[in-house]
Design a protein around this ligand. Structure first.
Ligand SMILES: *Cc1c(COP(=O)(O)O)cnc(C)c1O
Length: 432
């Protein structure tokens, strides 16, 4: 296979390294676990993207999830332009905030009120403060293999041995902070019971990605999520679903609706902003009453509820809310995934695409069910080789084997057929 020309990207990256740490403004973009310089993108339309060297790819990164309608969607584009003509920002309320709030809350049985912020990280950070303010407790419980953005208390990994106290996973996070975060493995009800027996009365909330999709795709058995709901209720801790990926992705109301489990707090991000920076947190009235200016928990934002971003979100979620939207997404995803999995099976490759909704993950662990982060032991060098074969065949996925891929409305059956063929050929080149 002839290698694509990446010379412009390579030279742009050399310049970028003089401006930004690692040459990037978010670390996963730096291509650390795959070969070569990051590819500098120039344009996107539908499910296709073009780089600075003029190469064209079918895009399965979709900006890491936000672009569920694909690139340059007409409705989103028109919404953004119309809002922009009236001004980019006021720092005063606009009717667009009401419209996006109404669109979300009128369909959502889990939350009564919402607050818009500008990123998933900010949503999680604010909602953790709210959980602590509401319960008067300090500890939060998280699960190994879930990502919740980069607020200090979430940059914590499991401690060594049997201790439940976390250790900071980033320099600059004091151990005193990390000690307020408890970390457990996913899918372990016994560990959950023991942790709550020891610390239950100090736990403000348990935060989880109900569909963990930031460290492989660690699909949970519903029984685990149900057990978590029950034990939180028993000890008076809040159940916090971080649905920054799964919200508006596996269904309009995310994993809470899919599993039929009612959390106390939900965060959204990614899809909610139509490709512009929006995050949100929501809960029932009594919990949201804690937030300033109603209550004593402070939280604010100069660009929160930004009208241009709200317009993008309104246009995108209006499309998502239409009848059959998610069924259609899932149907196209299944055909794509099944084609590739059937090929891998026929050839006897230790490879499977794991999927839910319109998310998929490339697992090099064969057929085994993976529910915990420490169960992933596939050969990631194979991912790097596959990534590069896919690029040469015109397919772009996120440049890390722990990241998931996304299918948008713009990925029509025809495009998916072409992409599936490229996947099968790339697998043959790497595993054959
Ligand atoms: C992406 C993500 C975040 C962080 O959102 P940012 O907008 O990148 O700050 C938090 N939680 C989950 C589950 C995410 O997928």
């Amino acid at each position: 296979m002839t290698k694509i020309n990446r010379s412009k990207s390579e030279s742009l990256f050399i310049t970028a390294k003089t401006y930004f740490p690692g040459g990037v403004n978010s670390p996963v973009r730096a291509f650390k676990s795959v070969e070569g310089a990051p590819i500098f993108m120039k344009k996107g339309d539908g499910c296709e993207i073009w780089d600075e060297d003029g190469n064209k790819f079918i895009d399965f990164c979709c900006s890491w999830g936000p672009l569920i309608l694909g690139h340059n969607n007409k409705g989103v584009y028109d919404g953004i332009v119309a809002a922009l003509k009236n001004g980019a920002s006021f720092g005063a309320p606009t009717v667009l905030e009401n419209e996006l709030g109404e669109l979300i809350l009128s369909k959502n049985p889990f939350i009564d009120k919402i607050r818009f912020v500008s990123s998933g990280t900010e949503a999680v950070m604010s909602a953790l403060r709210m959980a602590r303010g509401f319960t008067g407790r300090t500890k939060v419980l998280k699960f190994e293999g879930c990502y919740h953005g980069h607020t200090d208390s979430m940059l914590v990994k499991a401690g060594s041995g049997l201790v439940t106290f976390g250790e900071s996973s980033s320099a600059g996070v004091p151990e005193e902070y990390a000690n307020e975060t408890l970390v457990l493995p996913l899918n372990d009800i016994d560990a959950l019971k023991k942790c709550f027996a020891d610390f239950g009365k100090d736990i403000a909330c348990a935060i989880i990605e109900p569909i963990p999709a930031n460290n492989g795709l660690l699909l949970q058995d519903k029984s685990f999520l149900t057990a978590l709901r029950e034990i939180c209720t028993e000890y008076g801790a809040l159940l916090f679903f971080d649905e920054v990926i799964s919200g508006f992705r596996v269904g309009f109301n995310g994993a809470a609706e899919l599993y039929g489990i009612t959390p106390d707090i939900i965060t959204y991000g990614k899809i909610i902003g139509g490709g512009l920076p929006v995050g949100a947190y929501g809960a029932r009235n009594e919990i949201m009453a804690m937030i300033s200016p109603d209550g004593p928990v402070y939280q604010a934002g100069t660009l929160s509820g930004n009208p241009v971003a709200m317009a993008a979100g309104i246009a995108q979620l209006t499309e998502c809310a239409k009848d059959g939207f998610y069924e259609d997404q899932e149907r196209r995803t299944k055909t794509f995934v099944n084609t590739i999995n059937a090929h891998a099976k026929t050839k006897g490759y230790n490879f499977e695409l794991i999927t839910i909704g319109s998310i998929f993950w490339l697992s090099f662990d064969g057929k085994k069910t993976i529910r915990r982060a420490d169960e992933i032991d596939g050969d990631m060098s194979k991912f790097a080789a596959l990534f590069s074969e896919l690029l040469d065949r015109g397919v772009y996925i996120g440049p890390s084997g722990y990241e998931v891929g996304f299918i948008s409305q713009a990925h029509t059956e025809e495009y998916l057929k072409v992409a599936a063929q490229a996947f099968c050929e790339s697998l043959d080149a790497v595993m054959g």
